[in-house]
Ligand binder design. Structure first.
Ligand SMILES: [Zn+2]
Length: 183
């Protein structure tokens, strides 16, 4: 099936904003938002986060996109911060500060209370993180209905734990083409 790609401004698969730099520095803040979760769990989640940053970087280099992630230990040089906090109606969210269509800063908030009480394992946490990193790059959500109707396989499919169209790795045939538009 052919998918018709429209311009970025009205593109349903893009957020409409992008980075005007080729390296996005990420700072991982492992400070717990929930005091009752064992510290060791945050060490494991940090490894999940790093693995997903590396997964995106591997795919971005294969894609030839002019953007990738770098992990920094200096919060002051960070373009993106990944931290824990409460998120209503979701397990995670990505907030951005923009100037026009340029992303200046992004923050991924992971709901550690949800992670712990719903009992998300490493694999589910990884799926959530790889999806949110797609938002950081400028990709938009794809609803399960659209994914099903158009047979779209992507990390941006909304229901990361249930949909058969959610992919754990950014895909060549869909995520690549979308990221080629802004980058
Ligand atoms: Zn999303």
């Amino acid at each position: 099936m052919n998918i018709i790609y429209v311009s970025a401004a009205s593109d349903p698969y893009l957020s409409g904003n992008k980075w005007n730099k080729s390296v996005v520095n990420i700072y991982i803040d492992s400070t717990p938002a929930v005091s009752t979760i064992p510290t060791n769990q945050y060490i494991l989640w940090r490894l999940d986060i790093i693995l997903m940053i590396e997964r995106w970087n591997n795919m971005l280099s294969v894609f030839g996109n002019n953007i990738n992630f770098s992990i920094t230990n200096d919060i002051n040089s960070a373009d993106t911060i990944i931290k824990y906090g409460q998120v209503n109606y979701s397990w995670a969210e990505t907030k951005k500060i923009t100037s026009g269509s340029t992303i200046l800063k992004a923050t991924i908030i992971l709901d550690d209370w949800d992670f712990a009480t719903i009992g998300f394992n490493d694999n589910t946490v990884q799926k959530i993180v790889v999806h949110e990193l797609g938002h950081v790059l400028g990709l938009a959500d794809i609803t399960n209905l659209v994914a099903e109707n158009q047979k779209i396989y992507s990390v941006m499919v909304n229901d990361v734990t249930q949909s058969p169209y959610f992919r754990e790795t950014p895909t060549f045939d869909f995520d690549r083409l979308n990221l080629n538009k802004p980058y």
